[in-house]
Design a protein around this ligand. Structure first.
Ligand SMILES: [Zn+2]
Length: 250
């Protein structure tokens, strides 16, 4: 069956001397694997489309197994992201998370829109670290690991100050802190921002700028949470950490 769909390429693998297998996340069909014949050859019409972060309209055949990609037309080249190594690192994190948290052939309008909107905002200049954190937080229910961020996860009471417990699953008040020796101390900014950025619609985000200490705190909570509670350790995260080290040594 031939199909046409809007989608984003979230992963590519070389296949043989000249082919690639691409993982396309589409609006209509969810995640699908496609063979892009000849895509490793620079002059092949599919070579530009068979890159991670390609966003456009694709024409492909779809069957029980791997389909074939025939044509692709770019909707947004994401030039500003591709030309900036840090943005590209954060975009890779978003794409890897999408790949790890979705199953083949299960469409989700919500995830598709969130993915596109996040990348389009990054292209327009919104802070990539903030955007990838928002994306990762909003995708937590998809991983089945939504943390408690409105009251203490242990006693259920609302307090002014909380710690964060990765193992208990969210905010922990000081009275209950003894249940987790490894509960993380939160800054006031992080405590306020975590529930806020999880619930904020992306179109209402506006201009955000967070202190690098705050966003660093938020990121370490999010990725420790994915690792411990969903068993997901993201390869792209390593690249961003290396990049951050390089920056501070400058
Ligand atoms: Zn408590």
């Amino acid at each position: 069956m031939m199909a046409k769909a809007e989608g984003i390429i979230i992963r590519t693998t070389d296949y043989g001397e000249s082919n690639k297998i691409v993982t396309l996340y589409t609006k209509e069909f969810g995640k699908i694997g496609l063979m892009a014949r000849g895509a490793k050859k620079p002059k092949n019409p599919l070579s530009a489309a068979s890159q991670v972060l390609f966003y456009g309209l694709c024409l492909f055949s779809k069957g029980r197994g791997l389909g074939s990609l025939y044509q692709a037309e770019t909707l947004n080249a994401f030039r500003a992201i591709r030309e900036d190594i840090e943005k590209m690192g954060y975009a890779a994190l978003i794409l890897e998370l999408t790949d790890r948290l979705t199953e083949d052939g299960q469409p989700s309008q919500g995830i598709y829109n969130l993915l596109c909107d996040t990348l389009l905002l990054m292209e327009k200049g919104t802070d990539p670290a903030v955007l990838s954190s928002i994306y990762a937080l909003k995708m937590m229910p998809q991983a089945g690991i939504d943390p408690e961020l409105t009251h203490c996860v242990h006693c259920g009471e609302k307090k002014d100050h909380y710690l964060f417990s990765v193992s208990e699953g969210g905010f922990l008040c000081s009275t209950c802190a003894k249940v987790d020796d490894y509960a993380l101390v939160l800054s006031q900014a992080t405590q306020r921002l975590l529930p806020l950025i999880r619930s904020i619609p992306l179109d209402r985000l506006g201009k955000v700028s967070l202190k690098s200490k705050t966003i660093g705190e938020i990121e370490s909570i999010i990725y420790a949470y994915y690792e411990r509670n969903a068993g997901i350790k993201l390869r792209s995260r390593h690249f961003i950490e290396q990049l951050a080290k390089f920056r501070t040594n400058e």
